[in-house]
Structures are given as C-alpha cells and as structure tokens.
Design a protein around this ligand. Structure first.
Ligand code: PAF
Length: 279
C-alpha cells in the first residue's frame, strides 16, 4: 500500500493503474469505514482511501482541532483491508492558499436539516469532495463510496455530481451499527461510558417515529414534536427528528412506506450524533 501525502505523489501512485474507486474519509477509521472500503474494493481497478480532516466543513467552535487524527493506525487497518493507496494530504497541500473558490450546493437541499444547524457545512463538504474527485479521478470516470449514515450528505453529493456532469458514479453503503444498534461514528469516541449506554436512544426514537408515522391518519409534525420532546426529557438536546421523502428530503406527501426516511440529530452531553432510518 502506498501513502501519498501530496497531490503530486498521488498522481504518481495512480499512474497506469486503471480506474480508481475512492472512499473519502476524515480518518479515525472504524468498522463502518472499513465496510465502505470492502464495498469499494471490487468497484475499480484499484482502491484509494483519502484521509483529510477538512477545516472548511467545521463551524467555528466545532471539533476541528480535537477531531482525532490517527493516521498510523488508520493506515494499518487500510492495508489489512486491501487498500492500494492512502491519500493523506496536509492542509497546505490541499489548500495552499485560502480556498476562496467554493462549491455552493443547492440551498433547497443543502440549507435544511444539517445545513440549517451547521451553516456552511455542505459548502465545505462539496468543495473538498470536488477537489478530491479532481485529485483522484482527474476528470476520468471513477466510483466513490459514501456511507448512508450521512444521508443528506450523499444526496447533496449526488446532486453536485449530476449537475456538474462529473463522470463519477456515487455508491452508498448501509449504516454500520454496533451490537446495540448505535450507528458507528468517529464521534462516538467522545461519549462517556454512561453516554455510550444511553446513545442508542436516538436510533430507538427514530424507529418509534417511523412506526408512528405509518399509522393511518398520522399527524407527522405532531409526532416529530413529540419525538423531540421525549428525547429532550431524557437529557438530549435535539436539533431535529423528522420524517422526510427519501429523494427530496421534503415533508412527505403522501406518506408512503418505502419512500421515507426518518432523520435525527441531537446532542448528548457535548457530543452531536446523527442517525437515520429508511422505511
Ligand atoms: O463524511 C465524511 O467523512 C466527510 O464529510 C467527507 C465526505 C470525507 C468530506 O470531508
């Protein structure tokens, strides 16, 4: 496995090796990331995993500085998983000057939910993903794999790829969960032991919301308010718990099983967790 720390090194590592499949990450890899790597492996002639903690997608006061950086352990896990090239650029290599050219995603999709509570987040994500696509694929066809835990993110990226006619196939992988059902996330590492035990309540709340939404005559906005209040009563600070259309993330009309997703984001202590359930 080769480790490329610069764009130039990456281009050398990719030369003559066929069509790449890419798994973009911010590192601190867990089994969910490795599931993406395994899914991506057969989708190209070679597999590239990028590791870059992207300052542009963090708001002031968020965890950019404390985000765990575990490059050596990540590389060991990636080598064992059959990754061919790790692209781990420094900030000064990926952003040698202030990144004043940015990708502005459609506010109708990117301005709600995560975009409402983390303004600028999807601009940061789209800008770095566009740049990673250029570094890895150079405008040639390729495949990139993203996790469905970041449900809105994969929709925003799909729209960007479609509208800019990028020749990149976007593949999404199901959410990997711990045995108790908690969605795997690098941020789970911030939870205290007591919070870790409690963290499954977000997923349970989404299950209950989805089930209630499927009852005939369900008043979805009222159910969403109740779900948030119930989570708040258990000590969480919910940003949103909501039922949306899977393709547009708009309020569903009509409510039809198989086309919906319940999405939630809430803070437990100082840790912000997200999860979703398609139904
Ligand atoms: O999902 C993530 O880990 C990040 O948002 C991504 C896609 C790697 C961009 O920094």
């Amino acid at each position: 496995m080769q480790i490329a720390h610069t764009i130039t090194d990456l281009r050398h590592a990719l030369q003559g090796r066929g069509r790449p499949a890419l798994v973009p990450t911010m590192g601190n890899l867990h089994d969910g990331h490795l599931a993406l790597v395994h899914q991506a492996r057969p989708l190209g002639d070679m597999l590239v995993t990028s590791i870059f903690v992207n300052r542009l997608q963090f708001l002031p006061g968020e965890d950019f500085d404390s985000y765990p950086r575990t490059l050596q352990a990540d590389c060991e896990r990636l080598e064992a998983a059959g990754c061919d090239v790790v692209f781990a650029p420094s900030e000064s290599d990926l952003y040698p000057e202030p990144q004043t050219c940015t990708v502005q995603p459609d506010p109708a999709l990117a301005g709600m939910l995560e975009g409402q509570f983390r303004p600028g987040f999807f601009t940061g994500v789209c800008t770095v993903v566009m740049k990673l696509f250029w570094c890895v694929f150079g405008g040639a066809p390729g495949t990139a794999v993203f996790g469905r835990k970041d449900y809105q993110q994969q929709l925003v990226i799909r729209q960007m790829v479609r509208q800019f006619a990028l020749p990149v196939e976007i593949v999404t992988a199901p959410i990997s969960r711990a045995p108790d059902g908690l969605a795997l996330s690098s941020r789970n590492g911030y939870l205290s032991p007591a919070e870790r035990t409690q963290a499954i309540e977000l997923s349970r709340a989404l299950h209950a919301l989805a089930q209630a939404a499927m009852q005939p005559g369900a008043d979805i906005p009222a159910l969403e308010r109740e779900a948030q209040a119930a989570l708040a009563a258990r000590g969480w600070k919910p940003d949103y718990l909501t039922v949306r259309d899977r393709a547009t993330l708009r309020a569903p009309a009509p409510v039809q099983a198989g086309s919906l997703v319940a999405l939630g984001a809430a803070r437990l202590g100082t840790t912000r967790l997200i999860d979703n359930l398609e139904f």
